[in-house]
Design a protein around this ligand. Structure first.
Ligand SMILES: Cc1ncc(COP(=O)(O)O)c(C=O)c1O
Length: 403
């Protein structure tokens, strides 16, 4: 068999996508599967966005576009950054990408050299370490705990940084934990970066794809708005996928220093040419609703989050840090590990996930995928009736396992 490249051999297929595919395959076989794996809202794309796509189609706007994206979309992104975060960017400092994932991966591709280190606070979104590795960098994992609310402390960041640090991933609101950094917490991280001897060579990748999905009145804070002095060292990553229920459209973006955006544009021009033209015209209209659609979804997500928190209380051996944002809940199952059921030893989160699937037709993502083998992640972006059924099954499963 022909050998594969070293870079692809260093990475794993996305475990969240693998779990979702498994759930789909079992459901297709006729099983009543509850899948808590989906990382996408169960809402339709809003009407004003769909109408813009149809209009673009009818106008024949179906050709290649500029590699960095159509100007109206980049202008709409600049207006949104000004409106929401008081951030001044010009369209030349924006690139439109195939979702937020492509923005992050392309940033890694143009910034990392072999041996460069990317700081990844854990629990992390599953793709970060592999994105760094595929771009020939090394992922430096910074473990955080439930007691810290899954937030990276300034001390932990300072300890993890070295002369080889090139990237720092920040994700607020977080997938998988729902943790959100406050203004003060972000400022404290910025102070650490400012003191690093190699500060000028470091780039913070601030992934804010869940920005509008925050609970209990918590206001999302963008890293750049608290650390303006790090503008030359920061990239804001965002997408329409989660907040405008546009996961399949594949539109995301990066805002950052022009020379990095230009390098990303070169990369895109050689790899994918551009994001689907009609998807770009559709996204260009999304923010015109001033956040009305995400607010609508948020009402529903808030009810579901409350259901999850109530159910978690009835699950022996399960603890949870209430998510402040995103539509994920991270269940710590440490107390259940080491227990057996019907002769099967549940020694880590992976075994617990397998037990839920085999005995209860419930699919969750094992924490190993996020750098935490003592937890499982559930997404509550599924219909409320299905959510209730799934949570009831989990209550039963944990009661049986706890004995
Ligand atoms: C934290 C985080 N960043 C980025 C992405 C990528 O989103 P997109 O679908 O826009 O590529 C995801 C999707 O799951 C995510 O959870």
């Amino acid at each position: 068999m022909v050998s594969l490249s070293k870079s692809i051999s260093r990475v794993e297929p996305s475990p969240t996508q693998a779990a979702a595919a498994r759930a789909r395959a079992l459901a297709e076989q006729g099983k009543d599967i509850i899948s808590f794996t989906v990382g996408e809202p169960d809402f339709d794309t809003p009407a004003h966005v769909k109408a813009a796509a149809i209009e673009a189609l009818e106008k024949g706007l179906t050709k290649y576009t500029a590699a960095n994206g159509i100007l109206p979309l980049r202008e709409a992104i600049c207006a949104k950054l000004r409106r929401d975060q008081d951030l001044e960017y010009s369209p030349a400092e924006i690139i439109v990408t195939n979702g937020g994932k492509h923005a992050l991966a392309t940033a890694c591709a143009v910034l990392l050299n072999p041996g460069d280190e990317a700081i990844v606070p854990a629990p992390y979104w599953t793709s970060y370490p592999d994105m760094a590795r595929i771009a020939s960098g090394e992922a430096v994992i910074v473990q955080t705990t439930a007691e810290q609310g899954y937030l990276m402390s300034p001390e932990a960041l300072a300890n993890a940084c070295s002369s080889r640090t090139k990237l720092i991933f920040l994700n607020t609101p977080s997938n998988p934990t729902g943790a959100c950094y406050s203004r003060e917490q972000l400022r404290a991280l910025a102070e650490v970066i400012n003191r690093l001897p190699n500060r000028d060579e470091i780039v913070v990748l601030s992934d804010e794809v869940y920005e509008y999905i925050t609970y209990d009145g918590f206001q999302h804070v963008s890293f750049l708005s608290v650390a303006p002095e790090l503008r030359a060292n920061s990239m804001l990553i965002n997408a329409f996928s989660k907040t405008y229920s546009m996961t399949g459209w594949r539109v995301g973006y990066a805002a950052g220093p022009k020379h990095i955006i230009d390098a990303m544009t070169t990369h895109v021009s050689q790899f994918t040419s551009n994001v689907t033209s009609i998807a770009q015209y559709a996204a260009a209209k999304a923010y015109e609703d001033h956040g009305a659609f995400p607010r609508l979804m948020l009402k529903e997500f808030t009810k579901r989050r409350d259901l999850v928190l109530e159910a978690a209380e009835q699950m022996p051996g399960v603890s949870i840090v209430p998510p402040k944002g995103s539509f994920f809940a991270f269940f710590n199952v440490a107390e259940l590990l080491g227990k057996s059921v019907d002769g099967r030893l549940i020694s880590q989160a992976r075994d617990f996930a397998e037990y839920l699937l085999e005995d209860y037709d419930v699919v969750v993502v094992q924490g190993e995928a996020f750098g935490d083998p003592q937890s499982v992640r559930i997404s509550f972006a599924l219909a409320t009736d299905r959510l209730k059924v799934g949570l009831a099954r989990m209550i039963e499963a944990t009661k049986r396992l706890a004995g």
